[in-house]
Design a protein around this ligand. Structure first.
Ligand code: HEC
Length: 123
């Protein structure tokens, strides 16, 4: 490799990593994948989450009352290996290209964390 090629390689790596940094800014969602559940293990929050899950969230229609793979959602919410923040994001932002829609406009941040607690505590 000539010195010139090495310089080009460095320039490429540097510009790629610079692009990566730009993509890290999240615009309208303060809750990232690294956030921890503020209600972790809280029985009251889990009960509130159960109410939303079976009530206004209508989660049961796709996930069943117990989070087992239902008619529409093939994923199993029981014993999920997703982190707090990952569960939050999937509910808040939805999963693009699937019938899992975003709930950030219909549920508050606390309500979404209550749902996360319900999934973690009751399933
Ligand atoms: C119209 C059907 C539908 C409804 C209603 C629905 N979901 Fe989903 N959900 C899905 C589907 C389908 C997936 C799988 C997406 C994929 O392929 O990754 C999913 C994925 C998820 C996941 C990610 C699971 C994983 O392991 O990746 C969570 C968490 C979740 N849903 C929670 C909820 C909650 C909480 C509600 C109610 C507020 C809800 N869902 C309502 C269809 C639905």
């Amino acid at each position: 490799m000539t010195l010139r090629n090495i310089c080009i390689a460095f320039a490429l790596v540097f510009s790629l990593s610079a692009c990566g940094d730009d993509n890290n800014t999240s615009e309208n969602n303060n809750t990232g994948n690294n956030d921890t559940n503020p209600f972790a293990g809280d029985a009251e929050a889990a009960a509130a989450g159960k109410g939303i899950y079976e009530g206004k969230g209508s989660c049961t229609s796709c996930h069943g009352a117990d989070g087992s793979p239902g008619m529409i959602a093939a994923v199993d919410l029981r014993g999920s290996s997703l982190s707090d923040g990952e569960l939050y994001s999937k509910i808040s932002d939805g999963v693009p290209g699937t019938s899992m829609t975003a709930y950030k406009n219909s549920l508050t941040e606390d309500e979404i964390w209550q749902l996360v607690t319900h999934i973690q505590v009751n399933f």
